[in-house]
Design a protein around this ligand. Sequence first.
Ligand code: BDR
Ligand code: CA
Length: 312
Amino acid sequence: MRKVIFDTDPGQDDAVAILAALGSPDEIEVLGISAVAGNIPLHHTVNNALRLVELAGRPDIPVYAGADRPFAHRLVTAEHVHGVTGLDGPDLPQPVTKPREGHSVDFIIDTVRRLPDKTVTIAALGPLTNIALAFLKAPDIIERLQGVVLMGGAYFEVGNITPTAEFNIYVDPDAAGIVFRSGADITVLPLDVTHQMHSTPPRIEAFRQIGNKAGAAVAAMLTFSETYDLKKYGWNGAPLHDPCVTAFLLRPDLFEGRRVNVEVETGSALTRGMTVVDFWRVTDRQPNAFYVRSGDADRFFALLTERVARLP
Ligand code: BDR
Ligand code: CA
């Protein structure tokens, strides 16, 4: 059983990642959800996290509000992909549950310190602001963590929000730099793998065919959020990013990667947020992450569908 804190900016793809985890209670214990500003401003990410735990029938899972802006930059959002609420698509009711008192960063620190060493994983689905703040405030948690499994960055696919940067890293490159330099056990699910996971019409239809509320919501979410990407890429389905994190936690054998050094560009205006990945090991920089390069898309979608099917 893996104990996991989801740090997230939901976001339709964040939503699928969280729902698939909540549909996997034998393998993943979701300790809480820590919201961060990213795809949309913080008040929407908190509200969406609450809507998701209620959709999954798990209002007991604590939701915390975290950072409302990156370390040094103005917040860049992605309503052009996710809609004004960030979860446009399905008609989800407003939540009854409230966020918990206190800041996400303190929730992360207290949770990691409270539980036995090497038993808590952070699944990071948004800009890394909360995690970097937690590492700066309580460096002892870095060693105590089992690991950080994050969606972010790119090497072969280079960028999606600028020609050279992936969104999560671009929004807060300073935070990403702190996390990659921290010494934590990091696994990266970059665009290089998420661009292989196409939400094709039959794969979206499979969620709808489940016949439960969660499956219908997932199908409506992905139908909404793919509109922008289908035009952008011209593929047969939009890439599905954040669920790669949940799938990696559940079935690492669906993925292939290698340990490499990852550094983040924070200085250049042109390439801000670029992840410089020493994939071919042409420097003597020490590996600081397990970098996933590819994955099995059919088994990935089958796994997600099966887990969403276990929800109400
Ligand atoms: C990442 O950016 C966000 O828009 C998605 O939720 C995902 O976390 C993909 O670049
Ligand atoms: Ca996200």
